[in-house]
Design a protein. Sequence first.
Length: 94
Amino acid sequence: MATSNLHRYSVQEAQNRLGGGGYDYVTNATVNSHTYVAIQALSTNCVITATSSDTDIWDTLTSVTVLAGQTIYGEWSSVVVANGDFAIVYRKNS
């Protein structure tokens, strides 16, 4: 029988990971007062730059294009949404 090494999140862990701390609506701005765990693009070809909180696990993103409706996950200390673009940036539950 095969075993899985996947971690099953508790309710609290899932909330921490998936934006249980609320969100920021961002356009042509930088947000950096929280730790962020997901970015959902609202505009077509949304350009995102995000600074990783832990580069051993999550990469820092530089001018990455995310299509409208797509969500990317990670853990970032700062997120920049380019001029003319819109995104919802989900905060980690503290």
